[in-house]
Ligand binder design. Sequence first.
Ligand SMILES: [Zn+2]
Length: 477
Amino acid sequence: MKLFRFLALVLIASSVFAQSKKSSPNKDAVIKSVEVHQQELIKISDAIWGYAETALQEHKSSKELADYAEKQGFKVTRGVAQMPTAFIAEFGSGKPIIGIMGEYDALPGISQKAQPTKEALHTGGGGHGCGHNLFGAGSLGAAVAIKELIQQGKLKGTIRFYGTPAEEAVGGKIYMARDGLFNDVDVCLDWHPDIETTALTQSSQAMVDFIVEFKGKAAHAAADPWNGRSAVDGMELFLDGVNMLREHVKPSVRMHYAIKAGGDVPNVVPEYAKVWMWVRDSKRDGVEAVFSRVKDIAKGAALMAGIESTITIQTGDYELLVNRTGATALQKNLEKLGPIIYTPEEISFAKKIQEASGGEQVGLNGAIQPLKETEKDPSGGSTDVGDISWIVPEITLVATTAPENTAWHGWSVVACAGMSIGHKGMLFASKALAMTMVDLFENEQLRKDVRAEFEKKRNGHVYKAYIPDGPPPVPTN
Ligand SMILES: [Zn+2]
């Protein structure tokens, strides 16, 4: 009896061990697929890096990705949600439907060569200071790997790649969400370039982006100022009010603005003024509360100046609804893949950037960071991925594509996104996301658990896009 028990224990222990060590043929296959396609993925990413097209202007960048998807056998639908640069690429049929998102918009004015010192590639041009060239190509690489398994009959269901434009401005995903394009998806994934590598367990800030306009009455500033009503007076009173409000909001709130119009010359009472402003907080409720006070301040300021004010919402992001069940599944795959290893040249490239940025020269961090506790208030930043996370369970990876101790949305991130440091992060992301999608296709219980956590956290909330009615603001040039 004793011996039997001992043997049974040995058997159980060895089978658990065998299971945890067991290699998955489908996971091996997706890793292989990314390796087979890696030169193509790098080529696409570098092309998009070179185009550096900003929000809703990403014509060449989206074509680069959509054409490749089409060549790989995906059914591609271009120009979805009334945005010429948005598209969907799909392969397979039926459930489950696993979605994966890719971005490709650049930031204006931060053009940079792929070198460790600051020098524009095209003076005044855009640059991939958030690494979205890697984001798009990396996600598509993962989708292609899954497509191959569906094609070979090794996975059942649908893989759907979302080409999502204009993350840095406008919020392309919000228009796609408003059109219901994510409604039938079981689980959606994405990744983002970063200074470290982990399954993301932190939320992002909810925000509202709006314009405040003041309309007064022009007059000669010396001859008859009593006949004038200054729009700039109203704007100044408004901004004073906003800055006084700072004392009475929670520490998690952020308010920032840029003055877009404030009169032309001193000797005319200005009849028009315009402020572009964002309010952010950890949750959408918090944003709503502050925004309602800001609206009152605009009204009060206009009343004091004897003018009129109007507020126009441009866009707004939900905070990211973290799915820890999904993140845990992703994290296991990161640990299987192991850290991103850099060459001495890459480390020295990173150190030169850190030196130029005045930061400590610590090189690159390719280690897999442990899964972190979800903090109550996220650190600064908003994303339209947040909106998607309220429609469908969302799993997000962050992977190292640039060194720490340097400014994000800056020249050094552009530099790394156009060379091997960025490429390594992108290929790592392709593999990790494809492996996690293998889990999601193969494991129905995982899909159920991910969905259960999502429903619990969403708590019956019905998603409503924070954008004005009508089409997206596609530039007409
Ligand atoms: Zn970004």
